[in-house]
Design a protein around this ligand. Sequence first.
Ligand SMILES: NC(=O)c1ccc[n+]([C@@H]2O[C@H](COP(=O)([O-])OP(=O)(O)OC[C@H]3O[C@@H](n4cnc5c(N)ncnc54)[C@H](O)[C@@H]3O)[C@@H](O)[C@H]2O)c1
Length: 348
Amino acid sequence: MSTREGSGGPVLRVAVIGCGGIAMSQHGPAYQKLAGVEIVAGSDVSAERAAAFAARFGGRAYTDYREMLARERPMIVDVCTPEDQHVEPTVAALEAGADVLCEKIMAHTLAGGRAMVAAAARTGRFLGIDYNYRFFPIFQELKRQLTAGELGELALLTVAAHAFCFHHAIDLLRWLGGPVEAVSGQYTATVDPRYHYRVQCPDFVYVPSRNASLVLRFASGALGVISASRFEDLHARMLRVEAVGEKGRLTADGITIDDIIGRLVRWPGGEEVPFFAGAERGFNVAFERSIQAFIERVRGAETDAATGEDGYAVLEIEHALVRANAEGRVIPLPLTDAGGAAAQEDGQ
Ligand SMILES: NC(=O)c1ccc[n+]([C@@H]2O[C@H](COP(=O)([O-])OP(=O)(O)OC[C@H]3O[C@@H](n4cnc5c(N)ncnc54)[C@H](O)[C@@H]3O)[C@@H](O)[C@H]2O)c1
C-alpha cells in the first residue's frame, strides 16, 4: 500500500458524494491540505458538477454513487448532498466498507438518523457528522476553560444565533455542557417564504425562519438556552455563546461568517482571554480542523470529531422541541417513543 510523507500510515482514498457548494468550497480544499489522503472520486447526480469536482481535486467523476462505491472501493466517503439526501448514500457507503463523514444535519428524519447509526454499528465502520463549530478556536478554548473548572459550578450556557447555526448550537452545547436530560421551547415561522429554508425536515424545525427558543436541562443541573432567527445577519454575527458559573462569566462574541475568530472575554473583570487561533480567520478554519479531526479519529486517535451518536442526539433534541411546542410541556430525554414523521425508513 502506498504512503505519503507526513501521514504516518497508508494513504486514505477519499470519495465525495454531492459535489455542490460545500464540497467545492470547503471539503475538497480541506482534504487537499491534509497529508495522507487522496481524493479518488467525486459523485453527483449532476454530471457537470461531478466533472468539475474531479477536474479540480482529482479522481474520477461519477453520476451514480453506487457504481462509484463498487469501482473505487474508497476507504473514506464524505457525504455532502442536501440534508434530505444523506441517509441512503451514508448507509450504502458504510455497507461498502468505508468510514463516513456526513454533513449536518445528520438526517432529515429521526428514523433516517437511526438507520445511519445502526449501519455504522452493523458494519463496524466509523460514522462522523460534520459539526465543525466545535473546532472554532474560541470554542476549543471555552471547552478547555470549562473542563479545567475555571468557572466553578456551571449554571448557564446561552446562545444567540443566526438560524443557520441553530443545530450547530445544539451540538456545541451538548459538547460543552454534557448530556441533556430534558428539552422545552417554542418557535414560530414567518409567513414570508423568502426566509423558509430550501430543505424541509418533517421531524424538526432545523432552520427557524422567524424564531426558535430552546431550553436544555443538562444532567449536571445547568441550563442551556438557544435563541435563533433567520432575521439575523451572518456577516454581523453568526452566534454569541456565554457560559455563567459561580466564579464568573465567559463571553464568546464577535464571530461572523467572514471572521470566525472572535473575542473571549471573562467577566466581571472584562479581561480578554487569549487563545491560539493561527493565521487564518475564515470559516475554512472550522472545516479544515473538523475534517482533520475526523481523519485522525479514523486513524485511531481520540479527537473532538462528532460521532453518529452525537448527530442522533442533536436530532432527538430537535424533535423534542417540536413536541414541546405542540404539547406545551417539558420533554424528557432520551425520547421513549422516537417514531417521528417518517418512521418507515428503518422499518418501524
Ligand atoms: N457544516 C457546515 O457548516 C455547513 C455549511 C454549509 C452547508 N453544509 C451542509 O452541506 C450539505 C450540502 O450543502 P450545499 O450547500 O453544498 O448544497 P448544494 O445544493 O450546493 O450541493 C449538494 C449537491 O448534491 C447533489 N446531490 C443531490 N442529491 C444527490 C444524490 N442523491 N446523490 C448525489 N448527489 C446528489 C446536488 O446535485 C448538488 O450538487 C448540506 O447537508 C448542508 O447542510 C454544512
